[in-house]
Write a protein that binds this ligand. Structure first.
Ligand SMILES: [Zn+2]
Length: 280
C-alpha cells in the first residue's frame, strides 16, 4: 500500500515515461522544462516483479528493472545482499568480534568517526558499517562475509528466492523494461578498464541472449561520484549503452550527459522516509 501511495503522490509531480519514450525523445525529455518521471529498480529482486510490477501494470506506469547477471549465470548472491543478510541474522557485537578475529584493530578515534558518520545507528551498528564499508580491504571483507553467510544460508536457495527468474526477465525483455546493472555489482570506478568492460559486457550479452532485445540502459552499482568516473562513462558508451543512471540525487538537467543521469532515491521523494523535497 505504501508503494501505491507513493506512486500516486509522485503522479502529481509530472508525467511517467518509459525507457522507450526516453530513448525516442531523449533531448526533448531531458531538456524540457516540463517534469517527466521514469521509475527504475536496481538489483533484479523478485519482490520488484511480484509486488511492485503488478501495481504499476494496473496503473499503466512503466519502469526499468536493472539486473546483475551473476545472480543468474552463477546462481550467486551479490555481496551487497550477503552483507545485508548476514547483518539481519547476526548482532553487531558478534559481527565486530568475528572481524576482530582477523586481527583487525581500530582506534577510539575511528569509533567516534563511525558514530558521527552513521548517526542514526547504535554505536555497535555504526562501527560494523564503518568496518565493512571503509576499514576492511574488499577481498578480506568478502572472505569474512562469505564464511559467515555460508554458516547460515545456502547460496543457491537464497539466489532462487531473492532474484527474479528467467521467465520474469523474458517478460520484462518483451516489454523493453530491462537494463544492465553489471555482472557482479562492483564499484566500477575503482576497477581496471578491463574489469569494467567485462562487468558491463557480460550482463549485456546475457540479457540480450536471454530476451532477444537490445540492452541500452545501464545503472551503475552504488552510483556515487567516486564510482561513476570518466572511464566508466566512456566504456558504457563504447559498449553501446545510450542511457546511464547514477545515484546523484537530483533532476537530470540539460547540461547532463545522457550516460550520467541523476536519480532520486525513493526515500528522498514525496512519500519517502526522509523526504527532502528537492522536488519542486
Ligand atoms: Zn545495486
Amino acid at each position: 500500500m505504501q508503494f501505491k501511495n507513493q506512486i500516486s503522490l509522485l503522479s502529481a509531480y509530472g508525467q511517467f515515461v518509459s525507457q522507450k519514450d526516453l530513448l525516442d525523445n531523449t533531448e526533448e525529455i531531458i531538456r524540457s522544462d516540463k517534469k517527466f518521471l521514469l521509475l527504475t529498480f536496481d538489483d533484479g529482486l523478485k519482490e520488484q516483479y511480484e509486488i511492485a510490477k503488478p501495481i504499476l501494470d494496473q496503473l499503466g506506469i512503466p519502469a526499468i528493472y536493472f539486473i546483475n547477471s551473476i545472480n543468474h549465470i552463477e546462481k550467486k548472491v551479490s555481496m551487497v545482499h550477503k552483507i545485508q543478510l548476514v547483518r539481519s541474522v547476526m548482532s553487531p557485537a558478534r559481527l565486530i568480534n568475528e572481524i576482530q578475529n582477523y586481527n583487525i584493530r581500530f582506534s577510539k578515534a575511528e569509533v567516534q568517526k563511525a558514530i558521527k558518520h552513521y548517526n542514526y545507528d547504535s554505536e555497535n551498528a555504526a562501527l560494523t558499517k564503518y568496518l565493512l564499508n571503509f576499514k576492511l580491504e574488499t577481498s578480506l571483507r568478502d572472505q569474512i562475509i562469505d564464511k559467515l553467510f555460508d554458516e547460515v544460508f545456502t547460496e543457491e536457495d537464497v539466489a532462487d528466492n531473492l532474484y527474479m527468474d528467467i521467465n520474469h526477465l523474458k517478460t520484462l525483455g518483451d516489454e523493453f523494461s530491462l537494463g544492465n546493472h553489471t555482472h557482479s555489482h562492483l564499484a566500477l570506478g575503482l576497477q581496471t578498464k578491463e574489469t569494467i568492460t567485462e562487468e558491463i559486457n557480460q550482463t549485456k550479452e546475457f540479457l540480450e541472449n536471454t530476451t532477444h532485445q537490445e540492452i541500452v540502459s545501464i545503472s551503475y552499482p552504488y552510483g556515487s561520484r567516486e564510482v561513476c568516473t570518466q572511464p566508466v562513462e566512456e566504456i558504457a558508451r563504447q559498449t553501446n549503452h545510450k542511457l546511464g543512471f547514477t545515484m546523484t540525487r537530483d533532476y537530470s538537467k540539460h547540461e547532463d550527459s545522457f550516460l550520467m543521469l541523476n536519480r532520486f532515491d525513493c526515500n528522498d521523494v514525496p512519500g519517502g522516509k526522509n523526504e527532502k523535497m528537492m522536488f519542486r
